[in-house]
Design a protein around this ligand. Structure first.
Ligand code: HEC
Length: 141
């Protein structure tokens, strides 16, 4: 009996915690579904350079998508705690755009262990580039 109550308290506490994390991941804003309508459509063919670099709207959408899809490993607001690479440290150029897109689509696995899930078929390239615009815009320190 006592055990059940304690367990329930733990569940309630945990639920509260994840809501707080979600709100923080959204930059203190809403938890509405992401609206990517403001992103210029790019078609099916994958680009090899970020078409939205510096675009304010893309950065905003990227911030929200990053919070939902990447922050749990790469760190809240792009600041890695060291478990996964800090994406702000990737150079902002075409070469790294290509690497960024490839890794994000493919994920990372070695010896049967998945370090990062593949985002191919999960996120459209529009959102993936918006996330890159966001991490690029974050101060490196
Ligand atoms: C489950 C944890 C996890 C999630 C979620 C995740 N990543 Fe990763 N990511 C990693 C790890 C771990 C590595 C390092 C992989 C390795 O050791 O080869 C990595 C590597 C990368 C790299 C290569 C960085 C470099 O400097 O070489 C990129 C780019 C990247 N992730 C982008 C993303 C993006 C964008 C998202 C969200 C859409 C994302 N990741 C979500 C764990 C994650």
């Amino acid at each position: 009996m006592c055990m059940t109550i304690r367990l329930m308290t733990a569940v309630v506490l945990l639920a509260g915690l994840s809501v707080a994390t979600m709100v923080q991941a959204h930059g203190g804003g809403s938890t509405e579904p992401m609206d990517i309508g403001a992103l210029r459509p790019l078609g099916e063919k994958l680009l090899d350079e970020n078409p939205y670099r510096g675009d304010k709207e893309a950065i905003k959408i990227g911030e929200s998508a990053y919070g939902q899809q990447c922050a749990r490993c790469h760190g809240i607001q792009g600041i890695s705690g060291g478990m996964s690479p800090d994406l702000r440290q990737m150079d902002v150029d075409k070469e790294n755009d290509k690497i960024y897109l490839e890794v994000t689509l493919r994920g990372a696995a070695r010896n049967g262990k998945v370090y990062m899930p593949p985002f191919k078929g999960i996120l459209p390239q529009e959102v993936i580039w918006a996330i890159r615009s966001y991490t690029d815009s974050r101060p490196k320190e």
